[in-house]
Design a protein around this ligand. Structure first.
Ligand SMILES: Nc1nc2c(c(=O)[nH]1)N[C@H]1C(S)=C(S)[C@@H](COP(=O)(O)O)O[C@H]1N2
Ligand SMILES: [Mo]
Length: 429
């Protein structure tokens, strides 16, 4: 199971019970629509885009297709050797990270958009902090005012809760709904910005504040005919005052449009949806809040979970990926250095083991970075491929609490938090 700090788990359980009793306020969506959303969430639908094979990356050395695929609403170029477009989203091909450093360059960073990337002028942008959890009236911050606050930098991954979702279907033969990501809905960057806690204190957060609700300036989301409103997800005050950033820089440059320009939240170790892009306002509430993104979405539904779902997701899980194209060819008898990355939203990665024979024998990979919480670690392992034919590469991480990636992930209808070892099929030629 995913690891959560006791305080987070207690918070989540409480919030859900309050909401079912009608004691929590659903911000910006009516109760009936939320209940419909919950009902939809507990029944698995089809996996979007799985009809197109998940394993369709170009073979090494194949020139790019003449017309690059495009995702409506993503601003940056999406060269096919770097990205696989999935609806309004773009997945990073892991093989395209092979020669990158610890940090993912912004032009290779995956994009997850509910609608389209808005173009926002930093000079005209305002952040409004408001709500019953403040001791006074609403407070506005300009971009320059935010930049004038003490700046902190932090290396952190952003990873979609549904990253690796397609393996529930392709590896476990289970039905799940959502974008058919393989392993590339994750990237690590150096984020720089103001502390959310500094902004909340300056805005006059009161002692009775319980929830903080950042909201994006992108278009409202409509899903299956239900108007969900703007992307927003409540954060418990304890997390908001802990290590959350209002980031305005990514890898030393102003945030690019697709990644939240001018300002986004960075919520280290938590599911991607917590990292609200293009933030325009933050409600600070003395009452508990719910939104679609912590009720019908981003909870675990299915056998083994209560009808209203698990507690809202908080931390990411443990994963590993090879920087190798799916179906790649390796000449027999020639030594190769296999590289990859492992990461966890829980304790830092301690060891990574690799198998090149489908899981019969395992050996330790060499870690290339000092494992840190909220980041990933690069690793490598030598391999001399044997006889020509199909081969299966496996990588398995263990974190500092002793938790190891399992052989099978526990199913949930929306395919979140896949943590099992992924079978990476290649060919020896
Ligand atoms: N305003 C807004 N914030 C958002 C989203 C969005 O669609 N709109 N998508 C979320 C999701 S689901 C993820 S996984 C991350 C992806 O961040 P990235 O596109 O910078 O990689 O942003 C989150 N923040
Ligand atoms: Mo996501």
């Amino acid at each position: 199971m995913r690891s959560v700090q006791p305080s987070e788990a207690a918070y989540d359980g409480l919030r859900l019970r309050q909401w079912s009793r009608g004691a929590a306020r659903s911000a910006g969506i009516d109760r009936r629509d939320l209940l419909r959303l919950l009902a939809a969430a507990s029944a698995a639908g089809p996996l979007a885009g799985l009809a197109a094979p998940a394993y369709a990356a170009p073979a090494a050395g194949t020139p790019s297709a003449p017309s690059a695929p495009s995702a409506p609403g993503i601003v940056k170029p999406l060269p096919p050797e770097v990205f696989t477009v999935r609806g309004t989203n773009a997945e990073t091909n892991f093989a395209a990270l092979r020669r990158t450093g610890l940090l993912t360059p912004a032009d290779r960073f995956f994009v997850r958009n509910h609608t389209v990337t808005p173009r926002i002028d930093a000079a005209a942008w305002r952040l409004t902090v408001w709500g019953s959890g403040l001791t006074g009236p609403a407070v506005e911050f300009t971009y320059d005012e935010l930049r004038a606050l003490p700046a902190v930098a932090r290396t952190a991954f952003v990873e979609c809760a549904g990253n690796a979702r397609s393996f529930y279907a392709t590896q476990q033969n289970q039905q799940v709904s959502g974008t058919a990501w393989t392993l590339g809905a994750v990237g690590t960057a150096r984020w720089r910005g103001a502390r959310l806690s500094d902004v909340l204190r300056r805005a006059g957060i009161g002692r009775d504040a319980v929830d903080v609700l950042p909201r994006g300036l992108d278009d409202e989301v409509v899903s299956d005919g239900i108007r969900l409103g703007r992307v927003r997800r409540p954060l418990p005050v304890a997390k908001a005052l802990d290590d959350v950033l209002l980031a305005y820089e990514m890898n030393g440059r102003p945030l690019p449009p697709d990644h939240g320009h001018p300002v986004r939240l960075i919520v280290p170790s938590w599911v991607g949806i917590a990292n609200i892009k293009w933030v325009g306002d933050i409600e600070v509430s003395a009452e508990p809040l719910v939104s679609p993104w912590n009720t019908g979405l981003y909870r675990l539904f299915g056998a083994g979970y209560p009808p209203e779902g698990s507690a809202p997701l908080t931390r990411q899980t443990l994963k590993s990926a090879f920087e190798v194209a799916p179906g790649a060819s390796f000449p027999a008898g020639r030594r190769r250095v296999l590289t990859g990355r492992s990461w966890s939203g829980g304790a830092p990665v301690r060891t990574v083991e690799v198998s090149t024979d489908g899981g019969v024998r395992w050996r330790r990979a060499r870690l290339r970075d000092r494992p840190r919480s909220g980041s990933w670690v690069r690793w490598s392992a030598d391999w001399v491929p044997g006889a020509p034919g199909p081969a299966v590469l496996l990588a398995r991480a263990t974190d500092r609490t002793g938790r190891t990636q399992p052989g099978t992930a526990v199913h949930n209808t929306q395919g979140y938090l896949f943590d099992a070892v992924v079978r990476h099929e290649v060919r020896v030629v």
